[in-house]
Design a protein around this ligand. Structure first.
Ligand code: MG
Length: 431
């Protein structure tokens, strides 16, 4: 069955499509599905989050669940609390604009798998909700997990010397945690955009160079040792270097993977990661797939070139504040810029080719027939050559097929992209 509710990261829609009735039924569906007695609920700072939370909580209580309310917290804080209670839900649309919102579901081992999401969706669509008798309707407990989350990180991370850090929480959920965490670590903290505001007046929430011009200026202006930026729900972290450049996420991923034994990353990550650690396991795109592979392979680190990083010695979900603390620790120990210098850089290219949604799967099948040689179909089609790789993947949200390629040099890269385009052209006309 095609999924109607869930996208690549839980349920995410414009608020005009997210009525209170919708949220009540999401809550009732989760309450019907989950075997745990209590469900953790957190939300971000969006103007619609509180409205959705009250409706969602009503749905959960109606099924007889207890609700553990965390208030406004980063998504990873819901992850931390879910380890104690078993099931959790976060109300957020991550980096989407303020007129969006959504729900992300959590189990004790990280985000819900697509199988679990399908089960929730089936309950939602059927309307067959459990209803508790009047004696068994659930109740709300409020819990402070911000301090627990901070203390969990402080138990593992220390800094060697006081450094100056600029932190930009994008007016969102990270504002309640990361500036305090960094201060407790012993940093001098300059917090920007760290007052909650559901209109996000600071800048758009995706941490790109264009969106972060002012933050970059601030890092340079105050002579900070490093700048840290979160997305809207602080599961992801971007880093600005002391000279004021936004560090490429593939570089940051390789830097955090540096010297590790077994690392999990996704098919779209740069090959520079293979240069800096012993073994790399590649999965399909998404933090749930990365977490599953880390567990299966007992890997010591995992991440994606979207700024989500998983450190399995603490837990199995992307944790922006934890990534921030680890970066700050590395800077204080003098390792960060040393390692950054050692990360090789290769040219990459991303190309979009128009393709109607209903033709995507036919095209991918035909591509498999068109391409000779060894192909990796973990997620899309990936081909490795001696000096580069190419990935062809249908977009999950737009009518395009995307080519991502990386080569040791520009010439190799251009040849790879040319080859990819030729394959797609041939497959499109193949009968
Ligand atoms: Mg996010």
């Amino acid at each position: 069955m095609t999924q109607q509710l869930f996208g690549t990261s839980g349920i995410r829609k414009k608020v005009t499509e997210l009525s209170p009735e919708f949220a009540v039924n999401v809550g009732a569906s989760l309450g019907t599905y989950s075997m745990d007695e209590a469900i953790v609920v957190g939300r971000d700072t969006r103007t619609s989050s509180q409205m959705l939370e009250f409706a969602l909580v009503s749905g959960l209580l109606s099924t007889g669940k207890r609700v553990v309310r965390l208030g406004v917290v980063p998504t990873p804080t819901v992850g931390v609390a879910t380890q104690d209670y078993g099931t959790g839900i976060m109300i957020t649309a991550s980096h989407n604009p303020p007129e969006y919102n959504g729900f992300k579901f959590w189990g004790a081992n990280g985000g819900f798998s697509s199988k679990q999401e399908r089960e929730i969706e089936n309950i939602f669509l059927s309307g067959n909700f459990k209803r508790a008798s009047w004696k068994k309707i659930g109740e709300i407990k409020e819990r402070n997990y911000i301090d627990k989350h901070i203390n969990l990180i402080l138990d593992h991370i220390e800094i060697e010397r006081k450094i100056k850090v600029v932190i930009d929480c994008a007016n969102s959920a990270g504002s309640f945690l990361t500036p305090y965490l960094l201060r407790k670590l012993g940093c001098e903290v300059i917090a920007l955009n760290s007052q909650p505001d559901g209109f996000f007046p600071c800048h758009e929430l995706e941490p790109t160079k264009e969106n972060l011009e002012d933050t970059i200026k601030a890092v340079r202006g105050v002579n900070a040792d490093i700048g840290i930026v979160h997305d809207g729900d602080a599961d992801r972290t971007a880093v600005i270097s002391k000279d004021g450049s936004l560090i490429d996420w593939d570089d940051l991923l390789a830097l955090l993977a540096y010297g590790k034994n077994k690392v999990v990353t996704t098919v779209d990550a740069s090959m520079r990661i293979e240069d800096v650690c012993k073994k790399v396991i590649r999965t399909r795109v998404g933090d749930v797939a990365v977490a599953e592979a880390i567990k299966k392979e007992s890997a010591d680190f995992g991440g994606e070139p979207s700024g989500s990083f998983i450190f399995p010695n603490l837990h199995l979900f992307p944790d922006g504040p934890l990534a921030a603390a680890i970066v700050v620790q590395m800077v204080s120990e003098g390792k960060f810029y040393e390692i950054l210098k050692e990360i090789p850089s290769y040219p990459t290219k991303r190309v979009k080719i128009p393709c109607e949604d209903e033709l995507k799967s036919i095209l991918m099948e035909k591509l498999k027939e068109t391409i000779s040689g060894e192909i990796d179909t973990t997620d899309g089609i990936r081909i490795r050559t001696d000096d580069g790789w190419i990935l062809i993947r249908p977009s999950g949200t737009e009518p395009y097929v995307r080519i991502t390629a990386e080569g040791k040099d520009e010439k190799t890269l251009n040849e790879l992209v040319k080859m990819g385009k030729a394959w797609i052209k041939e497959a499109m006309y193949r009968r």
